[in-house]
Design a protein around this ligand. Sequence first.
Ligand code: HEC
Ligand code: HEC
Length: 317
Amino acid sequence: MQKAHDKGHASLLATIVVTGVLGAVVVGSTFALRPPSSTGADALPAEATEAYGRQLLRETPKFLGPDHPDPQRRYSGTQMACASCHLEIGADPGTLSLLETSTRYPRFMGRDGGVRDLKDRINGCMQRSMNGRALPRDGIEMIAMEAYILSLGERFAAMGKTRRTPSEQAEFVEPNRRANVDAGRVVYEERCAVCHGGDGMGLSATTDPSDGYLFPPLWGPDSFNNGAGMHRVLTAARFIKARMPLGAADLSDDEAYDVAAYMNSHPRPQMSGLERDYPDRATKPIDSPYPPYADEFPVEQHRFGPFAPIREYYENR
Ligand code: HEC
Ligand code: HEC
């Protein structure tokens, strides 16, 4: 049942391009089957269940957002949801799926320079993708999110081979050139602005910001911060090629690359302390958009390419 509903979300959104954005607001808000009354600190579920974890990933701003009535619970700095990037609440196979995440942790994480577990990884997205602060490791919300992500692992194990195969485009192949921000603007205006807005700020689901977005922002004050994975051009291009425009992903490698650069050429929240990332700088991804680096290439080249010379430099060291 839930799965069918999740699938419906993506195909509904695909029809929005046809229906027009105003119609979408109405359809979108009636479509979202929200639980009747779960807003406010007094209505919190008492248990760290998988179901609560799922709700937290899907309706993050309602429970942890910057407008939460209890300031203590304002962990997220954005009205986006985890599911804004982890599509179908992480349950869809393929790019940014969380189905196999449970098998990947604990592991060594170059960004932190140490072994990190799933809770640390969730907090990585809290502090960067969600531009917020870390959840307490032993709190109900963290335990519930972890339980939900572990349950996705069980779901994956039980899935047939065909359902494990992502229904998405061929993997992104990086063009051997600098990304063209002007060409990216053209792609954006033709293929993205109808949903994400001419100004990139997205569209809220209702007049209550804690109801989150129908279309999340791609830049600006309520977007992911500059330390987030989506702020890396190659990570963003991979996601965009596989998934966007939602329900009709058909961009070429060149278009995905350029529109990712266009998206990431705009202002967004800045995270402090990024110079401490990747204590071993040689492990820093070549498209990390912030210094310092273990090479002499300019920041601009790490942001927008061309990446082949940087990759060659590290391969030949
Ligand atoms: C702006 C997009 C975005 C949002 C919003 C977001 N994430 Fe992520 N998340 C990413 C990206 C990108 C990666 C992978 C980065 C990489 O390439 O290593 C990731 C990775 C993860 C991983 C590790 C997956 C794995 O298999 O290794 C977990 C767990 C995760 N996110 C949980 C969350 C949770 C929980 C939230 C909400 C609190 C959230 N994310 C919000 C973009 C996002
Ligand atoms: C049909 C509407 C639609 C179109 C067109 C569309 N998107 Fe999206 N996009 C969405 C929705 C909706 C989400 C959030 C996922 C969800 O709620 O299921 C999203 C999520 C994203 C995200 C991750 C979340 C965030 O806000 O950072 C990025 C990045 C993104 N889109 C980029 C693009 C780009 C680039 C294009 C144009 C090539 C595009 N999208 C076209 C609807 C659309």
